[in-house]
Design a protein around this ligand. Structure first.
Ligand code: MG
Length: 255
C-alpha cells in the first residue's frame, strides 16, 4: 500500500509516525520526571515472625492468648469481662453484653480466630452471630455463613450493612476460622467532619474478602452509616449477639 503513495505523502506519513513515537517516549520520561523518589533511608525494623502463619510476631500486642480476659472489660459498665474462658478460647456468655479491650488502637493489623457453634441453631442473622468492632465502631461481621443465607452485606466477612465480602470463604460451623485485617482509622477536623474515611482490607481464612473498602461510617443495624467524631484511638470490641461464638489467638500490631 505504501508503494502506491506519492513520495510527498509518504514523507508526511513517516514524519507523523516519528513524531508520535517521540511524543510517546517523551511521555514515559515525563511520567518518571513527575514522580521523583529517593531510596528509603531507614532499614525496616527487624522482627521475628510467628513460628507458623497466624502466630503473633514479636512486635504484636497479644490481646488474648487463651488463658484469661485480663486485657478485656465489659462494654456495659467497664467491669470485668463476663465471657467464659476454657481450653484456650473465650466464648460469649449470652446476655452479659459485649466486651472490649482495655487498650485502644487506631490504624492496625489484626489477627483473630473465631468459631460458630457446632450445634446449628436458627437461620440468617440468628445463626452464629457476633461481630468484631474496630475502634468500637466499625464492624466486620462474624456469622455462620456456611450454607446459611442472609443479606449479602450481613454475612461473614462483610463490613456490616455496607460491603458484602468479595467471596464466601466460610468453613463449617464449629471449625476455627481466621480474619486478618488491615484497618485504617478515620480522621476528623475540629468541627467533627470526617477528613479521611476509615478503610478495611480483610482476609477470611486467608482469602481476600475486603479490598481496601471504604467505610461509610459507624455500622448500625437499623440506620444509615454516619461518622461521628471520636478520638484517634479506640478499643477492639466483640459483640454478644446471644450466640455461643468462640474466639482465640487475638493479636494486633499498631501501624
Ligand atoms: Mg454481628
Amino acid at each position: 500500500m505504501l508503494a502506491k503513495l506519492h513520495k510527498p505523502a509518504l514523507f508526511i506519513l513517516l514524519t507523523i509516525l516519528v513524531a508520535f513515537g517521540i511524543t510517546a517516549i517523551s511521555q514515559v520520561v515525563n511520567i518518571q520526571d513527575l514522580k521523583p523518589f529517593e531510596p528509603p533511608k531507614n532499614e525496616p525494623v527487624i522482627i521475628t515472625p510467628g513460628a507458623k502463619v497466624g502466630d503473633p510476631p514479636s512486635d504484636a500486642i497479644v490481646l488474648f492468648d487463651g488463658k484469661d480476659l485480663s486485657g478485656w472489660k465489659s462494654q456495659r459498665d467497664g467491669s470485668e469481662a463476663k465471657w467464659a474462658v476454657k481450653d484456650g478460647y473465650m466464648e460469649v456468655v449470652p446476655r452479659t453484653g459485649g466486651i472490649q479491650t482495655k487498650q485502644e488502637f487506631g490504624d492496625c493489623q489484626l489477627h483473630i480466630e473465631w468459631a460458630a457453634p457446632s450445634v446449628v441453631k436458627g437461620e440468617g442473622q440468628g445463626r452464629g452471630n457476633s461481630g468484631i468492632f474496630l475502634m468500637g465502631h466499625y464492624e466486620i461481621q462474624v456469622l455462620d455463613s456456611f450454607q446459611n443465607k442472609t443479606y449479602f452485606h450481613g454475612q461473614a466477612g462483610s463490613i456490616y450493612k455496607q460491603h458484602a465480602p468479595l467471596v464466601n470463604a466460610s468453613r463449617k460451623p464449629g471449625e476455627w476460622q481466621t480474619y486478618d485485617i488491615i484497618f485504617q482509622s478515620p480522621q476528623f477536623d475540629e468541627q467533627g467532619k470526617v477528613t479521611r474515611y476509615a478503610r478495611m482490607t480483610a482476609f477470611h481464612n486467608g482469602v481476600l474478602v475486603q479490598n481496601n473498602s471504604q467505610i461509610y461510617g459507624e455500622t448500625w443495624h437499623d440506620k444509615p452509616a454516619l461518622y461521628m467524631a471520636h478520638p484517634n484511638k479506640g478499643p477492639l470490641a466483640l459483640q454478644d449477639h446471644g450466640d455461643l461464638v468462640r474466639f482465640r489467638n487475638i493479636w494486633v500490631r499498631p501501624l
